[in-house]
Design a protein around this ligand. Structure first.
Ligand SMILES: *Cc1c(COP(=O)(O)O)cnc(C)c1O
Length: 389
């Protein structure tokens, strides 16, 4: 068979404005970037605290490279776990207030690996409908009986748990802060339900680490007493580096270290990523102003959008602010017009979000200024014919 079918498929994507085009995006100070040559405010980054380009974090990455090399040379269980990997695992456990922590090459790899270590064909895994793709793939690959419940629908989840009571193990899987809707899972209720039904609860804190919680560790802080809690995070969003991690009991870490295929059969993180993450954790620990600022930016922008009759999704202070437009063509047109006026706001389309809910997704950073938010609102409202239905 030839590969000619691919050209047809690409035409089909084009016809529906669903083809994604890679951009060349150069980071600049002040939450800005140059996209394909054009200078703009970057509302498309997960660097919520502005740490990815912090001079202290960059210097720590350089030092780690100088000490331990550009690459880790092998998977963690072979020879890839250098002293700085060990230090970072210890530091993550201290940060998360768990017995231990384990690094993964990425958050995606952490989710796929950990779910596969916790459940198999004898078990049932229950997954929120809006969970991140890596969680969904993890559920599928695990071989466990896979049930999807409506977004944050505790009643449906309770019914599914009841139907699954004969399974050997039950695993509830959820994002804490949902990446495409910017809303927050009902953490306490999920913890109670997990406790009552003797289920495990895996929480993916990718977007919440560093942003939420008294200590900045995420939304699991409020349910940290739950015995069956499995906390997953990424170093690649607010922490401004790269890599994923699991935090939990010593036994959990030992088990996953011995069984998770995405950790055993993939090279350990680069030392630079570990050095950067260690420095960021230190900053997050001692400087609460960054997380306060990004959440304040969210409250401010939401209020200003609302005043102009734009409706947004998500928690009142969540750094992810989606504006649902509906139709992918219109969403892309808005995104392009915004870009031409100096604002990089991605158009999120199917299959990332359900049909008919294409949206602009604004991601805020502690680095954005009030004046940028004002100018953005003006700009959005001046798009004229292009607006929310
Ligand atoms: C980004 C993201 C991941 C993947 O993390 P990476 O470190 O980028 O691989 C996992 N889960 C959620 C909810 C995410 O948003």
């Amino acid at each position: 068979m030839s590969l000619d079918w691919i050209a047809d498929e690409l035409h089909r994507l084009d016809a529906n404005e669903l083809r994604r085009h890679p951009r060349n995006c150069e980071p600049l100070p002040g939450g800005r970037c140059r996209v394909d040559g054009a200078l703009c405010v970057n509302f498309a980054s997960n660097d919520y605290l502005g740490l990815a380009n912090d001079p202290r974090v960059i210097a720590a990455a350089v030092r780690a490279s100088e000490l331990y090399g550009a690459g880790a040379q092998a998977s963690a269980l072979v020879s890839g776990r250098t002293p700085i990997h060990a230090m970072l695992e210890t530091e993550l456990a201290r940060f998360e207030e768990t017995e231990a922590a384990l690094l993964f090459p990425s958050g995606f790899a952490a989710n796929v690996g950990v779910i596969g270590s916790l459940v198999d064909e004898s078990d049932v895994v229950l997954c929120d409908r809006l969970n991140h793709a890596s969680l969904i793939d993890g559920c599928r690959l695990s071989g466990a009986r896979f049930r999807v419940y409506g977004h944050c629908d505790l009643e449906q989840l309770a019914r599914e748990l009841d139907k699954a009571r004969d399974a050997r193990r039950r695993l509830i899987v959820t994002d804490s802060l949902f990446s495409m809707d910017g809303d927050i899972a009902p953490m306490r209720e999920l913890a109670e339900l997990a406790d009552r039904t003797e289920s495990m609860l895996l929480v993916d804190e990718a977007h919440a680490t560093g942003v939420y919680g008294e200590q900045g560790t995420g939304l699991c802080e409020e349910i940290s007493q739950l015995r069956g809690l499995v906390r997953i995070g990424t170093l690649s969003k607010a922490i401004g580096s790269q890599g994923g991690f699991l935090a939990g009991t010593r036994d959990l870490i030992e088990w996953v270290r011995n069984t998770a295929r995405t950790q055993m059969f993939s090279t350990a993180l680069t030392p630079a990523a570990c050095g950067a993450a260690l420095e960021s954790l230190q900053i997050i620990r001692t400087d609460t102003s960054r997380r306060d600022r990004v959440r304040e930016n969210s409250r401010q922008l939401r209020a200003r959008l609302q005043a102009r009759n734009w409706s947004t999704l998500g928690a009142p202070d969540s750094p992810i602010i989606p504006i649902v437009v509906g139709d992918p063509q219109q969403t892309v047109a808005m995104s392009q017009r915004l870009l031409s006026q100096g604002f990089f706001v991605p158009a999120i389309r199917p299959p990332t979000v359900p049909q008919g809910t294409s949206r602009l997704r604004i991601s805020l950073s502690a680095l954005h200024f009030g004046a940028d938010l004002d100018r953005f609102c003006e700009c959005l409202s001046s798009l004229g014919d292009l607006k929310q239905p």
